[in-house]
Design a protein around this ligand. Structure first.
Ligand SMILES: Nc1ncnc2c1ncn2[C@@H]1O[C@H](COP(=O)(O)OP(=O)(O)O)[C@@H](O)[C@H]1O
Ligand SMILES: Cc1ncc(COP(=O)(O)O)c(N)n1
Length: 268
């Protein structure tokens, strides 16, 4: 049987993040990838040069095309851009009662461009997060969603609890932005009962464009294959570590990660 995963996200013309990172990751993990585009960005390793959101109707039509024919074993959301898109996506997810929903609450691109309008934050909290099996904020995103500053491990734990209380079953706070962690990069999982820390060696590189998208796409693909959330995060951490370590030189700015690296290591 072929497992399937759907990504509802924005297009990164540069190929390192967004829909492109998600589909490459699904393919690497042998899951059949499908997409519903929420926005087209003109983007490269130097930054986001323009954003063209899709109409809500176009987003609904894409999801329905999949729902009425193919179905899916897991869904990931990435860049959703507006409250209106969040609301229609949430309604479609409810309608098809899809399981294994992974929400990557994408807000700001690494170069600073906004990928989510300010007024969409409450729509995300009220409509989308309660449907999620997993949410994967980075530290700045967790701060926006919880309204608290995160400076310490205790802070991360408190933020994870607050996100759990919104109705997400599993919270992963990613540590890529942790300025105090110079040697390692640690992600914290809270499943409502226990905390788990996933740590790896921090790689000194500027090529981290699309790390968050790729990480949550791995979780989505592994959930589609029937993995537990814990095991899915274990594999996501290995996949992203390999993708950051085995660098490829693409573009003149913050380059993408290497989506082949995990598969190549596994076969050695
Ligand atoms: N320099 C790095 N070295 C190793 N792992 C990293 C590095 N930067 C980010 N990661 C990992 O990549 C994933 C994405 O992290 P993060 O950068 O926080 O997300 P985002 O891309 O959403 O901002 C996490 O698993 C994090 O630990
Ligand atoms: C279309 C799109 N979606 C998401 C991101 C965030 O990327 P990152 O994974 O580096 O936070 C991006 N830059 N562009």
């Amino acid at each position: 049987m072929m497992e399937k995963a759907l990504t509802i996200a924005g297009s990164d013309s540069g190929g390192g993040a967004g829909i492109q990172a998600d589909l490459k990751t699904f393919q690497e993990l042998e899951v059949f990838g499908m997409s519903a585009l929420t926005a087209v960005t003109a983007q490269n390793t130097l930054g986001v040069h323009a954003v063209y959101p899709m109409t809500a109707e176009a987003v609904i039509q894409q999801i329905q095309a999949i729902g009425e024919d193919i179905g899916t074993d897991a869904v990931k959301t990435g860049m959703l851009f507006s409250a209106e898109i969040i609301e229609v996506v949430s309604a479609q997810l409810k309608k098809y009662q899809w399981k294994n929903i992974v929400v990557d609450p994408v807000m700001i691109a690494k170069g600073g461009a906004s990928l989510l309008q300010q007024e969409a934050i409450s729509a995300m909290k009220n409509h989308l997060l309660p449907l999620a099996e997993v949410v994967t904020p980075n530290i700045p995103e967790a701060e926006v969603l919880t309204g608290m500053e995160i400076r310490t491990t205790e802070g991360k734990m408190e933020a994870a609890k607050r996100l759990y209380e919104i109705g997400v079953k599993n919270v992963v706070i990613k540590g890529g932005h942790d300025k105090d962690e110079l040697e390692s990069s640690s992600d914290l999982l809270f499943d409502g009962k226990e905390f788990f820390t996933f740590s790896s060696k921090r790689v000194d590189t500027k090529n981290t464009h699309g790390t968050g998208c790729t990480f949550s796409a791995v979780i989505t693909a592994e959930l589609a294959k029937g993995s537990t959330v814990h095991n899915a995060v274990v594999i996501a951490k290995k996949f992203i570590q390999a993708a950051i370590e085995d660098q490829i030189e693409i573009g003149h700015g913050h380059g993408p990660t290497n989506h082949w690296a995990y598969g190549k290591r596994k076969n050695i």
